[in-house]
Design a protein around this ligand. Sequence first.
Ligand code: ATP
Length: 677
Amino acid sequence: QSTLMSKTKDPYPDWKPGEPVPYAALCTTFSKIEMTTKRLEIMAHCSLFLRQVLRLTPEDLLPTILLMINKLAADYSGIELGIGESLIMKAVSESTGRSLSHIKTEQNEIGDLGLVAAKSRSKQPTMFKPKALTVPGVHRSLIAIATTKEGQGSQSRKVDGIKKLLSAADAHSAGKAVDITKDKGGPSEAKFIVRTLEGKLRLGLAERTVLVALAQAMMFHEMSENGSKVSSTTDLAKAESTLKSVYSELPSYEVIIPEMLKHGILNLPDQCRLQPGVPLKPMLAKPTKSITEVLDRFDGKDFTCEYKYDGERAQIHFVAHDAPMDMATTAPTAGKSEKGVSNIFSRNSEDLSKKYPDILAKLPDWVKDGTKSFVLDCETVAWDMVEKKVLPFQQLMTRKRKDVKVEDVTVKVCVFAFDILYLNGEALVNKSFRERRQHLHKALVPVEGEFAFAKYGDTNELDEIQRLLEESVKASCEGLMVKMLDGPESSYEPSKRSQNWLKVKKDYLSGVGDSLDLVVLGAYFGGGKRTGWFGAFLLACYNPTMQNFETVCNIGTGFSEAILETLHQQLSAIKIDRPKPFYTHSSGNKDQPDVWFEPKYVWEVKTADLTLSPRYKAAADEVGGGGKGVSLRFPRFIKERDDKKPEQASTSRMIAEMYQRQDSVAKTKGPSADDDF
Ligand code: ATP
């Protein structure tokens, strides 16, 4: 850090204490990060910049962090970027006076709209120097663009907002040529504004890195304020683990940063705990291939086998009106009843309250009198009111996603609760699962067809587990979730794909271990019955380190005629002229799909096994197959995963692990961290 520090001392002499953070300063840091792939260097650039923010303008720390992680607000706020290419091109054209066709041609050649904007902006000499952009100013403008109300004229209001930002971008350098071949376009503000608008900074800057850099910067800052030096790496490690654990319980920089500035980083756990109203990132499970694998992994320890319901993950938050004040710092807001207020959040922390008003309306009936506040982890499942049984997942998918009215609900749902993370003012995540389950069963009461506790059996007998598995499948479930019951290993690990939760799906017991969730990048026109429609598709997994999509297979099996028709409509709307620069695929002519798409849709896919192929690039670096990637053999479409974003698709590492776990491949297991965070 110190070498970097001396090189980067005060690159912005104009930035005085208390003045807003110059956006140009952030872009300079982005540009340095873009020029390296070394994680430690990326971290050092990030943390040095944050130290400067803390020293000069700590009140801008929040917007700085948000722009670094390319978010405008916490996930549950629903404020998102990801503005379409055509709107941005229009704004670039109008703000620089270059024709739209020119911009489109250049985009086709360069394939990065950020660079096109940088180039266009630098060609435009400015008559007068607009006011320089600041980090809080850019953040405010982006929020205004993202929250423009849909309706007449909304598109042109968005374009106007983008134009304003682009016109003020690079005020200090407009007119100077940007050499996009030399240093990836350098610190151009226009480049980063456009990439931010697209929702992809492409810096290889993971959210986790920013979190660690923030912890380091804060520790250094506090020490230097106190006139002491950070004496050991232990201080830094302590700061990092404190911030990581606080963030995993309360993933909201909006709440954490002000408290951290006020009370110091090491005092955060006293100020910021899990609270109803702020959804946690859910704990996830590792796949297994056989019941004997489960027994091996849990080796003599007590565990429980729960039904794995096939519906939608739902985190339900509730605070009673008469709950003591300290239980409701960020109280939920959506479902108001005579008993209290509640919210439902998705696996991605999106607010699902408008999708499930029927659940929120019934919730007060399940809450026992002494229960004042809670956070539940559940699965919502379509329910057959006549036969009184679970219906297949496909039924649930037919429900409207937004603005559902209770009286219009045709597909009834039943909520199956399997965990409780907070109860009556106390976070339970560090308690054992056995204790959490007892709390869950005491705090709420089942109501037939509305609310139930997940069915389970506490056994470690192979035959008994087999019987439970068969029973669960008969009850329209996907299989079992096997969970550790006691000790620290059974705590709730937010955002982790944990060894302590194993999933056993009936239909992959003899396959590769799990289905995969993959992103559709391209399509091939069909022949015969499929003429005029897409008949096969190119799919990819996600590499979070490189922030790119690596192709993994073509798929043409598992689609009904009706699905193909719907897919054709859906996908035609997101066609693009050429692959994005962050798609990694074979360059062979015959391997190219007929059409490319924006990365938007995630599909669940099953496969017979995995093999290496020069045509695909998934996990090519990790499996070391001489440029060959891992690919799926005989892939089959199962369903669309509209609860997953492309960045939450199966990762390259997951695929590499699956490949290596196959019996035919040497058993060289890599590290198993594979968090969704
Ligand atoms: P999958 O495709 O298997 O659902 P995923 O990536 O969405 O994968 P996993 O962690 O792999 O999530 O599997 C756990 C999912 O199963 C949870 O996200 C939840 O939605 C669902 N589920 C159903 N029943 C249970 C249960 N009893 N305990 C935990 N999760 C359950």
